[in-house]
Design a protein around this ligand. Structure first.
Ligand code: FAS
Ligand code: PHB
Length: 394
């Protein structure tokens, strides 16, 4: 077996793993990232689109924010539609000038990959399902894997489990040492990416009697749209024509008239769940991002929560190596979980407010409309939703 040694092994080269790598490098901490898939496969996944200011500030700090600053769209507001009426909700005026940035997760991942390649930092791709974590209950954890038919081992002081919801790290924790909290929603999101001008210029969430819809974008020429769909629906049963016809019923009538449709560049169905693993640390192994928690994407929190985790984790590991202090790593889980549960609550609340639930149709729809009507006419409620939407401190 060939053995490598470093200070931190990061499992997973999604946004969590790559951003943690950039932050550890900036702190002078050696690390290796190991990824199951190819880099192209990682880039092919279309996911998040909205970055909180805390996330964009962190990307700038990590030295990977230049293209995002040039090409990202700065948004000071988002909108809600219900009972066919459009309500713009100003964030910046209510939250001290804080804003959101529209910049796709794919672009964030590409910038992180390019930054990493430029520094000559080691990323081992296509490790497949051979990755295994060992001895993380000691000060000498190891990661083993096979690459090109050769058995490999990486020795390190810490393992960062950035391997997502289906990863190997959380799955390797003894069942008695972890509590999993989960809620699966009775619907999914059918998402479409198209090279068409966005029908709204800001992220717009629709509550209709036919179900939820979301209008977002990746640029002013590339739209990202979603509609709530059945939990068992197959993407093959949704032609582009069927998607556009349904989407038109879920936006306001004026927008439906001006909507520009076109061929889908990507079309996929994502399940919606809320999930939290507690704790997020197991001896020398730390979970970050989707490996530790999942939110329904309604509140645009998934990627932003991941950024918060790796910000805290990189500081904690840096304190350990540079100041010989264990305070940060000992406090990592409790500090992250407080922010995570706040975001879980907001994402659950916003999902519950905007989606059609099979078991509470008539009465449930009227209650949702009443709450939305209260929300858009109450400054206290608008302060609350905008405070949560821009995100809490890391
Ligand atoms: P990721 O899952 O992105 O990355 C984990 C990485 O680990 C992957 O590259 C995986 O290949 C790798 N890996 C897994 N097992 C491994 C193993 N055994 N060995 C080595 N590597 C391994 N968030 C939003 O805010 N808005 C959205 O619209 C949105 N849409 C989403 C749609 C889908 C289908 C999914 C799954 C998530 C979505 N999210 C959304 C959330 C998403 O953006 C995540 O929050 C974000 O990808 C988190 O990044 P990571 O923690 O890096 O996890
Ligand atoms: C997206 O642009 O993909 C997006 C925007 C807002 C959300 C979720 C996803 O709440």
């Amino acid at each position: 077996m060939k053995t490598l040694s470093t200070q931190v092994v990061i499992v997973g080269a999604g946004p969590s793993g790559l951003l943690l790598g950039a932050l550890l490098h900036k702190a002078g901490i050696e690390h290796i990232i190991i990824e199951r898939q190819s880099g192209d496969y990682v880039l092919s996944r279309i996911r998040a689109g909205v970055l909180e200011q805390g996330t964009t500030d962190l990307l700038d700090y990590a030295g990977v924010g230049a293209r995002m600053q040039r090409e990202g769209l700065r948004h000071n507001a988002f909108a809600l539609i219900f009972k066919d009426a459009f309500h713009r909700i100003n964030i910046a005026d209510r939250q001290g000038g804080k804003h959101m940035t529209i910049y796709g997760q794919t672009e964030v991942t590409k910038d992180l990959m390019d930054h990493r390649a430029g520094l000559g930092l080691q990323t081992i791709y296509e490790a497949g399902d051979s990755v295994a974590v060992h001895d993380f209950d000691t000060d000498h954890p190891r990661v083993t894997f096979n690459k090109g038919g050769e058995a490999m081992e990486i020795k390190a002081r810490f393992i960062a489990g950035c391997d997502g919801y289906h990863g190997v790290c959380r799955a390797s924790v003894p069942t008695g040492a972890i509590q999993n909290f989960e809620k699966v929603y009775p619907f999914g999101w059918l998402g479409v990416l198209s090279d068409t001008p966005p029908v709204y210029h800001e992220v717009t969430y629709s509550n209709t009697e036919r179900g939820f819809a979301l209008s977002s974008m990746r640029s002013m020429t590339r739209s990202r749209y979603y509609i709530q769909c059945g939990i068992d629906e197959k993407v093959e049963s949704w032609s582009d024509e069927r998607f556009w016809a349904e989407f038109k019923t879920r936006i306001d009538p004026e927008a439906a008239k001006r909507l520009v449709t076109g061929p889908s560049l990507e079309k996929s169905i994502a399940p919606l769940r809320s999930f939290v693993a507690d704790p997020m640390r197991f001896g020398s192994m730390f979970l970050a991002g989707d490996a530790a928690h999942i939110v329904p994407p309604t509140g645009a929190k998934g990627l932003n929560l991941a950024a918060g985790d790796v910000n805290v984790l990189s500081q904690a590991i840096s304190e350990y190596f540079q100041e010989k202090s264990k305070a940060g790593i000992d406090n990592y889980s409790a500090r992250c979980l407080r922010r995570v549960w706040n975001a879980e609550r907001f994402s659950w609340w916003f999902t519950s407010l905007m989606h059609k639930f099979p078991d509470t149709e008539g009465f449930g729809q009227k209650i949702q409309e009443a709450e939305l009507d209260y929300l858009v006419h109450s400054e206290a409620a608008l302060q609350s939703i905008t405070e949560n939407y821009v995100g809490l401190a890391h």
